[in-house]
Design a protein around this ligand. Structure first.
Ligand SMILES: Cc1ncc(COP(=O)(O)O)c(C=O)c1O
Length: 416
């Protein structure tokens, strides 16, 4: 058992028979113990000892190709991005020590919001400390008690948590099913507020939402629409604005949520919108008001990265080529994938169960490849998957090397 992990079956006596509040995690502890007892490394505590580039790191003392980061556009080591961060660190210090609405708005926070307005060609942009907080804040502030949120069942945890925080009525519908969404919308009582929440790319299987039909149908039912484009920003759409842009419905979307932790290559979250009353959210959105703002170096790197992503046609093309080649190569090898065709920078490889998933994850790591092991509750329908996320900076040779690693590991573990 690894350090710091408790035994699952040690009851702890408390005064008055009060339960140990940690006992509810016993099943999770037991699953983890069983996995590690089988001799596999803990897939959820890998340490990157050094990061050499957007696609390479040293893990367990060896060179490792990174195929499980969200560094889609490879911006983390961009020289202009790094220089902007260094300048801001020197000029403005290491942190703001305050909320955006008090002492935590520096020139750099305004500048990154300007960069977002330019990137999306929208009137308003509001930056949060993470994408998680952007969903938490915007959803909970828009839809409160008595309002209805109609959302895809496979929505990200931050969307569900935003719904819970706002205390709205939550009505999920089957993944990417427009008819089911409309049916739910039609049942909402007259006069109630309605928010439909969708994602552009769903991060577990890497599949894209049919936003053209869904956004139109939601609008016909009088709902406001929020789309989380966390996994499509920078990559999908003519200007990298995401799936809504690609499918020609960005103008109909009321709120777009995004993150700096994927294509932008740093940390932070945002909402952009053309709603004329948008700016008031800065005063009423608790996860914006009651937390410290992003450090100056972070907003400076984000602004530089976002402006560079406006001119990133070549990188977008390279990323599509990588995604298509990996998808086709894995299928030829006999792996089952999350989508029939490559739809995004995520290629999900289905595993028969958690045990085989962990064995395959470890075999790939020993080959020198890092991918993400994803399992319930993060995954839909109890699936275990190895999630591969490509980077525009993976070379063609690296993609071929990756396919060789999958072939050897898959045969060793008995998956192909
Ligand atoms: C769809 C979606 N929304 C929001 C987030 C949260 O982003 P962040 O990492 O900036 O908190 C994620 C992160 O994985 C995501 O996949």
């Amino acid at each position: 058992m690894s350090e710091g992990v408790a035994e699952a079956d040690q009851p702890i006596e408390r005064v008055g028979g009060a339960p140990d509040l940690m006992s509810k995690f016993d099943p999770v502890i037991a699953t983890r113990e069983a996995l590690l007892a089988g001799g596999v490394e803990d897939p959820f505590s890998l340490v990157m000892e050094r990061v050499l580039s957007p696609t390479k790191a040293i893990c367990n003392g060896r060179d490792t190709i990174l195929l499980g980061t969200y560094n889609y556009m490879g911006m983390t080591f961009d020289p202009d991005v790094i220089a902007a961060g260094e300048r801001a660190l020197a000029d403005f210090g290491s942190g703001t020590t305050g909320s955006r609405v008090l002492n935590g708005t520096y020139q750099g926070h305004r500048d990154v919001e300007d960069a977002l307005r330019e990137f999306y060609a929208m009137d308003h942009a509001m930056v949060f400390s993470t994408g998680y907080q952007a969903n938490l804040g915007i959803i909970s502030t828009l839809a409160g008690k008595g309002d209805y949120i109609v959302l895809d069942i496979d929505s990200h945890a931050s969307i569900w948590d935003g719904c819970a925080l706002g205390n709205a009525e939550v009505v999920p519908f089957r993944h990417n099913d427009t008819e089911a969404m409309v049916k739910r919308l039609k049942r909402i009582p007259d006069g109630a507020g309605k928010l439909v929440v969708l994602e552009g790319v769903y991060s577990m299987l890497g599949d894209v939402a049919p936003l053209r039909e869904m956004v139109g149908a939601a609008k016909e039912e009088g709902a406001m629409v929020l789309v989380d484009e966390a996994h499509s920003m920078g990559f999908i759409g003519e200007n990298g604005r995401g799936v809504a842009e690609d499918q020609g419905v960005l103008d109909e979307v009321d709120f777009v949520i995004g993150t700096f932790s994927k294509s932008v290559g740093t940390v932070g979250g945002f909402c952009v919108s053309n709603h004329p009353k948008f700016e008031i959210l800065r005063l009423v959105c608790r996860p914006y008001v009651f937390t410290a703002s992003l450090p100056p170096s972070v907003v400076a790197t984000a602004a530089t990265s976002i402006r560079k992503l406006m001119q990133a046609g070549d990188k977008r093309a390279a990323l599509w080529a990588n995604s298509k080649r990996l998808h086709a190569g894995l299928r030829e090898l006999g792996f089952t994938l999350g989508t029939e065709e490559p739809q995004s920078a995520i290629v999900a490889v289905m595993m028969p169960d958690l045990e085989h998933g962990a064995m395959m994850w470890q075999a790939l790591l020993h080959e020198g490849l890092y991918v993400n092991l994803a399992r319930p509750p993060a995954t839909p329908a109890n699936m275990t998957l190895l999630r591969c996320s490509l980077c525009a900076e993976h070379s063609e040779e690296e993609v071929e090397t990756i396919l060789g690693m999958f072939e050897r590991a898959g045969k060793a573990v008995g998956i192909i």
